[in-house]
Design a protein around this ligand. Structure first.
Ligand SMILES: *[C@@H]1O[C@H](CO)[C@@H](O)[C@H](O)[C@H]1NC(C)=O
Length: 211
């Protein structure tokens, strides 16, 4: 009885673990031989032609969308769409150039660069940082500066810790509340808040620290 119980639990755990691995592997999309193009329409007609492509195909990923003539579209094009895509542009003499021959290899290089940087424990404001890295940086800042106090602001929808920081150089001063990281994907927002925090704590300009 006991043995049976143990074994069936083992099986369930194994299935759950396998399921998680499968989901993680499936989540990382690959973009082998996808090309990045920069397309710059020179007339209203050309603008319409390119804008219409965005609606027509899932194999074109628009990163930057032109609003007016002379603005650029940055478009990632799947390998099987390359011929169609360039034919359409050439038929209408729409200026375009290849920015990246293989988006996946750029992603791979970026990943290697970032993992080397992570291994060194560098924290700066030039790259994306994970929540764990941001939290570790906040913990370190609080441990090194008595004016920095960490607050527990509860848990996120996905049950992650929401860290708050109180920075105070003395009583009786006006308070300023700064919030960032509310929307997913907008990584510039936590970067902005941590940048301001870092300036207030570490700036070489005494007037900034005195704010
Ligand atoms: C959220 O995470 C905490 C800490 O890891 C844990 O104790 C708690 O059970 C989790 N809550 C839910 C709803 O998963």
């Amino acid at each position: 009885m006991v043995l049976n119980g143990v074994c069936s639990r083992c099986a369930v755990m194994a299935v759950v673990a396998f399921g998680v691995v499968a989901i993680q592997a499936a989540e990382v999309a690959r973009y082998d031989n996808y090309r990045l193009y920069r397309v710059t329409p020179q007339s209203e007609e050309q603008l319409k032609v390119v804008a219409a492509m965005e609606q027509a195909s899932d194999s074109l990923i628009f990163l930057e969308t032109a609003r007016k003539v002379g603005d650029r579209f940055d478009i990632v094009v799947a390998p099987h769409k390359l011929a169609d895509f360039t034919e359409t542009l050439e038929a209408d003499y729409i200026p375009h150039l290849v920015i990246d021959e293989n988006v996946q290899s750029s992603f791979d290089q970026e990943r290697i660069r970032l993992s080397n940087k992570r291994a060194k424990g560098t924290f700066d404001w030039n790259d994306y940082h994970t929540l764990e890295e941001i939290h570790a940086w906040l913990d370190k800042l609080a441990s090194e500066h008595s004016e920095v106090e960490l607050l527990d602001a509860g848990r996120s929808h996905q049950n992650r810790t929401l860290k708050g920081v109180k920075l105070s150089y003395g009583e009786g001063r006006p308070g300023v509340f700064i919030e960032g990281g509310i929307h997913a994907r907008e990584w510039i927002s936590p970067a902005t808040v941590t940048y301001i925090l870092n300036e207030l704590v570490n700036s070489e300009d005494a007037q900034v620290r005195a704010l």
